[in-house]
Design a protein around this ligand. Structure first.
Ligand code: ADP
Length: 446
C-alpha cells in the first residue's frame, strides 16, 4: 500500500495553497492535507500534530517564515520544511535553509513532478538528519562516559602511584633496616667467633672435652649465623645497587675445586657423591673471585641440602672461546615447574612453612641470579620433582665493567628475570660427557 503523507501548507494566498494541493493530487500522492494561512496557526498546528512535511510560503502576514522557523527551533519542533518562494528570492531561501529549512521551491515551478520530488527528498533528508542527530547524541553520551571513565582511571592511577611511592619507601626502609641490622650484628658475631677460636687454641689453656665440644658448637653456630648475616647484607647491597664487582684474572678451575672441597664434608656427611669434571682449554677468567665462589657455594650448598641420596655433579665447560658454563646437577627432591619462577625471588622457598624441613633465608638464588646478571651471564634451570635438578650458569670469560651513576659499580636490576631460562621453555643442552645413565642420573623430561 502506498504511504500516506501528512502535509501542512502554510500560505496566506488561497490560490497558491490550491496550486500546491492540485499539484500533489495530480501527482497521486496519498496524503492528509492541512492548510493554514499564517505563522501563528502553523505553529499551533505543528505543536498539536506530527507532519511529514510543511510547505511554507516565505511571505506570511504579520511575520515572515524566518520568525516561524526560529520559533519552531526554539520549541524543538522538528519537521521537514520546504520554502515556497517567488522568483528572485532564491538567496533568501538559501539563508532559510541555513537556519533549518530543508529545501525551497519557486512558486513558478509548482508542478506535480517538482513537488513530489521535493517532498520525497525533503522527507528523506530530514530522516537522515534525525538519524545523524541521534548518532551524534549517542556519540556525545559515549564521549561523556569516556571522559568520566578517564577521570576515574586517572584517579585510580594517582592512587596507584601514591601506593607505589609508599611501597618504594617501605622497601627502601626495609633494605636500610636489613643493612643496618646485619651490619650491627656482624661486629658482636665476629667477636663470638674470634674468642671461641682463641679458646680452642691449646696455648690459651687446656679445656676438657665437654668444654671443647661446647666452644666448637658456639664457633660453628656463630659461623653459620655470620653466613646468614652476610647473605642478608649482600642482598640489601644488591637491592640498593651498592654491590660492586671487583674483577681480576682468576683460575676458574681452582675456584671450582676449592668451592667443591669446602662443600665436600657436607656431602660426605650425607653419603652423597660429589664429582667435578672440567674441560677447559684455558682456565683463566676475568671476574670477581669472591662472587664467583659465592655463586658456586650457593648452588652446591643447595644441591647438598636438597639431596637425600645419590650425588652431585659439577661440570665446567667452554662453549665458545669467550663463554663458559658451570653445571651443577643433583639427584635431590627436584622443583616443580610452577615454582621455577618464584625460587629466584628474594625470600621465596618452595616450602614457605614455619616448620619446613630445609633451613635457609631464601636469598641464595636471588643473590646468585643477580650476580650472574651483573656478570652478563644467564642461569638455566631444569628440574623434575622427585628426580633432581640441574642449575646451569653461562658466563662470559671476561666480565664487562658497566658504570653505575658514573662510578665503577654495576647496574643491578634485582628481580629481573632476563637472565633466567627455565627448562620447560628452553631446556639446556646437556653436556655430552655427562652420560646420565652411566652416572645413575635419571632422565629428565625435556
Ligand atoms: P634457601 O636455600 O635459603 O631456601 P635459595 O634462594 O637458595 O634459598 O633457594 C630457594 C628455594 O629453591 C629453596 O628453598 C628450595 O625450595 C629451592 N631449591 C633451590 N635449589 C634447589 C635444589 N638443588 N633442589 C631442590 N630445590 C631447590
Amino acid at each position: 500500500m502506498e504511504e500516506t503523507f501528512k502535509i501542512l501548507v502554510v500560505d496566506d494566498d488561497e490560490v497558491d495553497r490550491m496550486a500546491v494541493r492540485l499539484a500533489l493530487t495530480k501527482a497521486g500522492v496519498y496524503m492528509e492535507l492541512s492548510e493554514v494561512s499564517d505563522g501563528e496557526n502553523a505553529f499551533s498546528a505543528l505543536q498539536n500534530a506530527n507532519f511529514d512535511c510543511v510547505f511554507l510560503d516565505y511571505h506570511l502576514p504579520n511575520q515572515n517564515s524566518l520568525t516561524l522557523i526560529h520559533k519552531l527551533r526554539s520549541s524543538e519542533i522538528k519537521v521537514p520544511l520546504v520554502i515556497l518562494t517567488a522568483q528572485g528570492e532564491e538567496k533568501i531561501a538559501v539563508e532559510l535553509m541555513k537556519i533549518g529549512a530543508t529545501d525551497y521551491l519557486l512558486k513558478s515551478q509548482l508542478f506535480s513532478e517538482n513537488l513530489t520530488r521535493i517532498l520525497r527528498n525533503a522527507i528523506k533528508l530530514f530522516q537522515a538528519e534525525i538519524k545523524a542527530d541521534l548518532a551524534y547524541q549517542q556519540l556525545k553520551e559515549s564521549h561523556e562516559q569516556l571522559i568520566c571513565k578517564n577521570q576515574e582511571l586517572e584517579r585510580q592511577r594517582e592512587q596507584i602511584q601514591l601506593q607505589n611511592l609508599r611501597l618504594l619507601e617501605a622497601s627502601r626502609l626495609k633494605t636500610k633496616f636489613l643493612a643496618t641490622i646485619s651490619h650491627e650484628f656482624r661486629t658482636p658475631m665476629n667477636a663470638i667467633i674470634g674468642f671461641s677460636q682463641i679458646l680452642l687454641r691449646p696455648k690459651f689453656g687446656q679445656l676438657n672435652s665437654q668444654q671443647v665440644d661446647m666452644v666448637e658448637r658456639i664457633l660453628n653456630n656463630g659461623k653459620h649465623l655470620l653466613m646468614l648475616l652476610n647473605e642478608v647484607l649482600d642482598f640489601s647491597k644488591l637491592e640498593s645497587g651498592r654491590l660492586e664487582l671487583k674483577p681480576e684474572i682468576l683460575d676458574l678451575e681452582k675456584i671450582v675445586n676449592n668451592s667443591v672441597s669446602e662443600i665436600m664434608s657436607l656431602a660426605e656427611a650425607k653419603k652423597l657423591s660429589l664429582v667435578v669434571e672440567t674441560d677447559l682449554q684455558n682456565t683463566l677468567i676475568f671476574n670477581d673471585s669472591v662472587r664467583v665462589r659465592q655463586i658456586l657455594i650457593n648452588l652446591l650448598a643447595n644441591a647438598v641440602k636438597f639431596t637425600e641420596s645419590g650425588g652431585i655433579w659439577v661440570e665446567v665447560k667452554e662453549i665458545t672461546q669467550n663463554r663458559l658454563t658451570i653445571t651443577i646437577r643433583d639427584t635431590g627432591i627436584g622443583i616443580s615447574s610452577k615454582d621455577f619462577k618464584h625460587i629466584f625471588e628474594a625470600f621465596r622457598q618452595v616450602d614457605q612453612g614455619i616448620s619446613r624441613k630445609y633451613p635457609g633465608t631464601g636469598l641464595g638464588l636471588a643473590i646468585t641470579d643477580s650476580l650472574v646478571q651483573m656478570m652478563g651471564g644467564k642461569i638455566f634451570l631444569e628440574s623434575k620433582l622427585g628426580v633432581g635438578s640441574i642449575f646451569k650458569i653461562e658466563l662470559p670469560r671476561q666480565i664487562r665493567l658497566i658504570s653505575n651513576h658514573g662510578g665503577d659499580g654495576y647496574n643491578l636490576n634485582l628481580g629481573n628475570e632476563e637472565g633466567i631460562y627455565y627448562s620447560h621453555h628452553n631446556p639446556p643442552q646437556l653436556p655430552s660427557q655427562f652420560n646420565r645413565a652411566s652416572m645413575g642420573y635419571p632422565h629428565l623430561k625435556q
